[in-house]
Write a protein that binds this ligand. Structure first.
Ligand code: ATP
Length: 513
């Protein structure tokens, strides 16, 4: 655990020191759970967004994008259930005065049981070696069966209590499990209460005429209210999707863990409209397709897992998370939800407008069903950044800090370094930049010895360093150094664009899907 804590601390401090993420309004001591993306962070974030957009919109003939406003008519949030039904169950610890989400406390407890079961499995694997049959072991080992069934019982009971709004039972469960405040160890809890997490604001000049508004807590509703506009003007035929990236706002109670849980964050969502009855087919399709997208970045298959929901939101008939192994354990990175026709039907009844699709093939009109994929851009950033950050010991015993970002996402693709600041080398370096900058984000660095400059670029995640030396003046060649292998090749200046492009092009990365 201590090791994980250290890793997480390194992630936060590296992000700040190398210009990726700053606390918001830091000169005023920051604002809780709000962060700013700095000069390198904004590039990485933009590249992740583009990687998503390309794979969803550009690569699918039947998916188009929109960019809806953050402000929406307030009735939107009545229809979606955010005003009345979308509340988080909260509990306070009377001794530490810390506030928690009751469901998260219980889920964390259940996860510990899961980890115990996993430990038994790992131990057995070690003992039996190649002969180990995991499925058989899981089905027959008494301890694993006990841990797993206990975990299931707890989660099912919580789901039932939340669904029926039996908050007293949620509290009873916390007491029965003897869950203690993670901070103080105290078990002195208040009742569980519901808390609405939308930020309210006002539209209009005078107090009398002002209209109460909310900052959108999810981007999805901007897609639902535009469903028919897009379908008609884009002449879209079911099944089709609408994608959107943008800010969402939630007044999160437990807003810790850096950019994992923020109050202002960005989502990348796609709503896929399908014929009623076909939703499960597309739900499975999108689960698989979205996992493939994550895997294409090469952060390691073992760092992802699906978590099927026991507790379904009021709008869903199936839901799963893609969880990622963050520095603080496996947590939700993306949600895939089969949202039925809940949202469109609700908007029909609140607006009085028909939101139906006429299907030529079946010769009938209906409200489509929706399968949603929803991934947090900031959580993607944290996933990529935390897995990329490494401390490496080199052959000569020295260490280097390197950010092994998937090169397609790296903020800067190449740094051009004149060996010395004279003899015309800076001019040649500038010429190389002037040529490459049309295609790639490139930077120039002439300060310090070349070794130190390499280290600086390693820490920024730059995949290539191009060094201009005296030989360059004679034969138009440079050395190109690869971040991960640290291998150096002598190549012609005219070959640079091709080499970089081969390594960083989205085409090559997305083709791995
Ligand atoms: P959680 O259970 O962690 O609160 P959620 O289930 O409420 O998340 P969704 O409503 O499904 O999340 O939102 C979709 C995605 O948006 C999540 O998978 C996550 O990546 C991202 N997300 C949600 N809330 C936040 C937040 N406060 N900060 C950053 N990203 C978030």
């Amino acid at each position: 655990m201590a090791k994980q804590d250290d890793l997480f601390k390194n992630v936060v401090s590296h992000a700040k020191e190398y210009g990726f993420i700053f606390p918001s309004s830091e000169i005023y001591d920051g604002l809780s759970a709000v962060y700013d993306y700095a000069q390198n962070g904004v590039e990485l974030k933009k590249n992740i967004r583009e990687y998503w957009w390309k794979s969803m919109v550009q690569m699918h003939e039947n998916i188009v994008g929109i960019d809806a406003a953050i402000f929406m008519h307030p009735t939107t949030w009545k229809a979606s259930g955010h005003v009345d039904a979308f509340n988080d169950p909260l509990i306070d610890n009377k001794d530490s005065k810390r506030r928690y989400r009751a469901d998260v406390l219980i889920e964390d407890y259940a996860e510990k049981l899961n980890q115990k079961a996993q430990k038994e499995i790992d131990k057995a694997r070690e003992r039996f070696g190649d002969a180990f049959d995991e499925a058989q072991f899981v089905a027959t080992n008494a301890r694993v069966i006990e841990y797993r069934s206990r975990q299931r019982e707890i989660l099912e009971r919580m789901a039932r209590s939340l669904e029926t709004e039996n908050l007293a039972d949620v509290k009873a469960l916390i007491e029965e499990l003897e869950i203690a405040c993670p901070e103080s160890g105290s078990k002195n809890w208040t009742e569980v209460r519901q808390f609405n997490l939308m930020f309210g604001t006002k539209l209009g000049a005078s107090a009398d005429s002002a209209m109460d508004l909310y900052l959108r807590p999810e981007t999805a509703q901007g897609i639902f209210v535009n469903f028919l506009n897009v379908q008609k003007t884009g002449r879209m035929k079911i099944p089709f999707g609408i994608a959107q990236t943008g800010k969402a706002f939630r007044n999160e109670i437990v807003a810790r863990q850096f950019i994992f849980r923020m109050r202002e964050f960005e989502q990348m969502e796609m709503q896929f409209f399908v014929r009623p009855g076909e939703e499960m087919k597309y739900y499975e399709y999108w689960k698989e397709t979205r996992l493939k997208w994550h895997l294409s970045l090469g952060l390691g298959k073992e760092n992802y897992r699906f978590h099927d929901h026991e507790k379904l939101a009021h709008y869903a008939n199936a839901a799963a998370d893609i969880e990622f192994n963050f520095p603080f354990g496996f947590k939700e990175l993306e949600g895939i939800h089969s949202r039925t026709d809940f949202d469109l039907k609700a908007h029909e009844s609140h607006s009085g407008k028909k939101l139906q699709y006429f299907d030529n093939e079946t010769n009938s009109s209906y409200v489509p069903y929706v399968v949603e994929t929803s991934v947090g851009l900031d959580r993607m950033f944290l996933a990529v950044f935390s897995k990329a950050l490494r401390e490496e010991t080199l052959e000569d015993g020295s260490t280097r800090t390197v950010l092994k970002l998937p090169s397609v996402l790296a903020p800067t693709k190449a740094a051009v370094l004149p060996l010395v600041k004279k003899d015309g080398l800076p001019e040649v370096a500038r010429n190389i930049i002037d040529d490459l900058k049309w295609d790639f984000n490139v930077s120039y660095d002439e300060k310090d010895a070349v070794g130190r400059r390499y280290r600086r670029q390693d820490a920024l995640g730059t995949p290539f360093c191009i060094t201009v030396d005296h030989q360059t003046l004679e034969d138009q060649t440079v050395t190109i150094r690869h971040r991960d292998s640290m291998k150096q090749d002598r190549v012609k200046i005219s070959e640079l664009r091709g080499i970089i492009s081969e390594e960083v092009s989205m085409r090559n990365w997305l083709m791995k899907m």
